[in-house]
Every structure is written in structure tokens, then in C-alpha cells.
Design a protein around this ligand. Structure first.
Ligand SMILES: Cc1cc2nc3c(=O)[nH]c(=O)nc-3n(C[C@H](O)[C@H](O)[C@H](O)COP(=O)(O)O)c2cc1C
Length: 292
């Protein structure tokens, strides 16, 4: 999937659980598989691609991850959340571009990322799929807000699934777009085929929003998604919600395995504009048609 994107002129990001044939056994297992996926991607493309660095409070894990990404020579790293000068400096010294992405982007964290040397800011809105920002700010507001506050390029994300979203993003001050949900239906994406059809046949009106701390998620109405919505309506405890989300394995169950009873299918509001399962190259060509 990542190689197909790079070969089509996009720049994809290898996720933290790339290459997992099951939920990771432990962090080392996750790291080893991510390294293997990076090597596999390098064997399939000469073009640049990136990787994600998900930071947590446990420094013992992200230091080895940072080291591995530099050893493997990825072109760009998406830094989630943590604003640590050491990490930005390390990547700069290794000639690796940094994209800063806070779950909830703010003027303050964007300016701090710029000060630390980030090469670009990903301005994520409440319209996105996956874990959504804690502030209810849509793409139309977050993009100009962040673009006006920094001097480095801003990349718009959330609800962008066709060329109209790309044009709007650039009109709002973005210099790139970051698309998630729209590529789940790519031929090369290892999501379950029934799930791809469900996405194609759904609209934003079908989406369920629920809270599993620390973040809100959206899902199409799988059986598990409906259960999560019911639990939330009953003001279920954090533990009950987390259990129903199967400690986050719901994304794996719902999207990779297509298990409606155990899983969620998380996509952004741009699901309304996703109309067909097709090669990643066609999706990139459609989105970027103004730039050829
Ligand atoms: C199922 C799913 C899982 C995601 N997981 C992550 C993640 O682990 N880390 C991350 O930074 N973003 C994650 N995202 C967010 C995407 O990177 C991206 O910001 C988002 O999908 C863009 O909005 P869109 O889906 O409306 O195109 C996820 C998105 C989806 C749909």
C-alpha cells in the first residue's frame, strides 16, 4: 500500500502496527515488524515514504524506534503528540523531514513544533476518521487558524476525499492534504473487502460518534459500533467502554477482519465522497488532478 502510494506520487506513512498479522505481542515485536515493513517497502519503491512515531510517556520505547527509523533511512517521520527537542534535533541531523501531528492541533502546539524545527504541521480537524481531536473544530476553521499562526507548510486533514476537498484545503492556506479514510478503499489496502464495500455504500449520515477516553471515535454502524453507542447513551464507565472497544482491537477486528460483532469501522465524514474501490494510483490522480 505504501509503495503503491509513493509510486503514484503520494507520500504514505507506515503505521506503528504495520506488518502485524495479529495484534502486537509486545513493543519489540511491533518495532521488529515495522522495520521489516520498511525494508519490504524499500524493495518495492525508490520514491520517498514516511513512518509514524507514536510517542508515549515511556521513553524506553521511542528511543529505539527513533534509532530504527534513522537506520532504515525513511524520508519523513510523522511525530505524534510529543514536543521533544531531542527527537526533532535527531531527525534533523539525520536529514529526515518531520511532520508534526497533535491529536488536537492548537496554535500553541503548532508554534512550538515550528520552534523545535518541524518541517510541516498536520492540521487535523474533527471531521477525520480514527481518534478525533478533543475540540470540535472542522477543517474549514482549523486549516486557516494554523496556517495563519506558523511560517512552515500546513497540511490539511479531515474529511478530504475528493478533489473538491483538495481545492478547498489549498484555498484555506494548506500546502498539502493528508487523506486517511479515502485510501482504506484502495485495492492495495489490506482492509477486509466487505468493509471497503460498506464504506463505498455509506454516507456521513450513517456515522456513530462515541467516546473511548482519551478520544472520540467515529464508526459505521457495525454491531459492535451500535453497542458502543448504546453504552455511551447509558453513560457507561470508561472501563465498560474500553472493554467493548476490546482494548482498541476493535479497529483490527472491524476493519482488517470484517467482524461486525467485535469491531468498528472508523472513517471520517468524507465517507460521503468515497464512491469506488480502485487502485491507489487512481485515487491519487483524482485528488491531485490540478497539479499535473
Ligand atoms: C481507522 C483509522 C485509524 C487511524 N489511526 C491513526 C493512528 O494510529 N495514528 C495517527 O496519527 N492517525 C491515525 N488515523 C488518522 C489518520 O492518520 C488521518 O489523520 C485521518 O484519517 C485523516 O482524516 P480522513 O480519515 O477524514 O481522511 C487513523 C484514521 C483511521 C481512519
Amino acid at each position: 500500500m505504501v509503495a503503491a502510494m509513493s509510486n503514484s506520487g503520494g507520500l504514505d506513512i507506515i503505521g506503528p502496527n504495520a506488518g502485524q498479522d495479529a495484534p502486537p505481542k509486545n513493543r519489540q515485536d511491533s518495532l521488529d515488524k515495522m522495520r521489516a515493513e520498511i525494508r519490504k517497502t524499500k524493495s518495492l519503491t525508490d520514491k520517498p515514504f514516511g513512518a509514524t512515531l507514536i510517542n508515549g510517556p515511556d521513553l524506553s520505547f521511542w528511543r529505539p524506534t527513533v534509532q530504527m527509523l534513522a537506520e532504515e533511512g525513511v524520508s519523513a517521520v510523522l511525530i505524534n503528540e510529543v514536543l521533544d527537542p531531542e527527537i526533532f534535533d535527531f531527525f534533523k541531523q539525520h536529514g529526515i523531514k518531520t511532520m508534526y501531528r497533535a491529536l488536537t492541533p492548537t496554535v500553541a502546539n503548532s508554534q512550538e513544533a515550528e520552534r523545535l524545527g518541524a518541517d510541516m504541521i498536520i492540521a487535523t480537524s474533527f471531521d477525520e476518521g480514527g481518534a478525533v481531536p478533543s475540540r470540535v473544530i472542522g477543517t474549514f476553521t482549523i486549516v486557516p487558524m494554523i496556517a495563519d499562526s506558523v511560517n512552515i507548510p500546513v497540511v490539511a486533514t479531515g474529511g478530504i476525499s475528493d478533489v473538491r476537498g483538495v481545492r478547498a484545503s489549498f484555498a484555506l492556506g494548506a500546502e498539502g492534504v493528508y487523506v486517511g479514510s479515502g485510501f482504506i478503499v484502495a485495492d492495495e489496502c489490506p482492509a477486509d473487502e466487505k468493509v471497503k464495500q460498506l464504506i463505498v455504500n455509506s454516507t456521513a449520515e450513517d456515522l456513530i460518534l462515541f467516546l473511548t477516553l482519551p478520544a472520540y471515535y467515529r464508526t459505521l454502524p457495525t454491531e459492535n459500533g451500535k453497542k458502543l453507542a448504546e453504552l455511551e447513551a447509558q453513560s457507561a464507565s470508561r472501563e465498560e467502554m474500553f472493554e467493548a472497544m476490546d482494548s482498541y482491537h476493535s479497529l483490527w477486528q472491524g476493519m482488517r477482519l470484517g467482524n461486525s460483532d467485535k469491531g468498528v469501522v472508523s472513517v471520517g465524514t468524507g465517507v460521503s465522497m468515497i464512491k469506488a474501490v480502485r487502485p491507489a494510483s487512481e485515487i491519487v490522480a483524482d485528488l491531485m488532478q490540478d497539479f499535473v
